[in-house]
Design a protein around this ligand. Structure first.
Ligand code: ZN
Length: 208
């Protein structure tokens, strides 16, 4: 459980937005970022430029409170993660191009399997390039409560071939959700998704 103060959680949301914007992962106010502070969640308000967030662009709400329309439309996906796993301390969502592309391409399989990459070890719980890491994929849906429920279902589904599950999932034609125990973990996971998915795409191209 996160023991960050609310001020630290807000600062971590702002830093995550700036980091993602600098990498081109949140074009045109896309993406949303949240960090847990005890019983509260600090989360980006809707429609804000994630590269220039100020404290007033970040809402602080209790996990069980009804969703405020001022929050990001995708807030249910964040809240579902915190509710499902008390170890989740931060959830970062970005419209990383290669995540949207590969999610769309493999949506019928409902997963993408990564193996053979040293960088897989950046994912918490993954200790070797030999692991086969499952990345769940869900179809996009403008009903974000339904989308959150579908993502949580997909996360509990087993896999016949995978030996590890990535701390994140892809939304087809949309982007990636990544999380971690701390904001630093979630940030590392988001960065690892961007690099691993790019490697995977080039690997598929080379093998054609
Ligand atoms: Zn989005």
């Amino acid at each position: 459980m996160s023991d960050l103060s609310i001020d630290d959680a807000i600062a971590a949301v702002i830093a995550a937005g700036r980091h993602a914007a600098a990498r081109g992962w949140v074009p045109a106010t896309a993406g949303n970022f949240s960090v847990r502070a005890g019983e509260h969640i600090a989360i980006t308000r809707t429609g804000r430029d994630k590269g220039s967030l100020r404290p007033r662009d970040v809402a602080v709400v209790r996990l069980e409170s009804p969703l405020d329309p001022e929050l990001s439309a995708e807030a249910p996906l964040h809240f579902a993660r915190y509710a499902a796993d008390p170890e989740v301390g931060a959830v970062f969502h970005a419209h990383i191009e290669v995540a949207a592309l590969l999610g769309r391409h493999f949506v019928a399989k409902r997963e993408l399997l990564l193996d053979g990459w040293e960088l897989q070890k950046a994912f918490a719980g993954c200790n070797s390039h030999i692991d086969t890491v499952r990345v769940p994929i869900v179809s996009n849906d403008q009903d974000t409560r339904a989308l959150a429920a579908e993502a949580e279902r997909e996360l509990t589904r087993g896999s016949a071939t995978a030996t590890a599950t990535a701390p994140g999932y892809l939304v087809a034609g949309h982007g990636v959700y990544a999380w971690g125990r701390t904001p630093a973990d979630a940030s590392r996971h988001l960065e690892a998704f961007a690099a691993l998915l790019s490697l995977h795409l080039h690997w598929l191209e080379l093998r054609e």
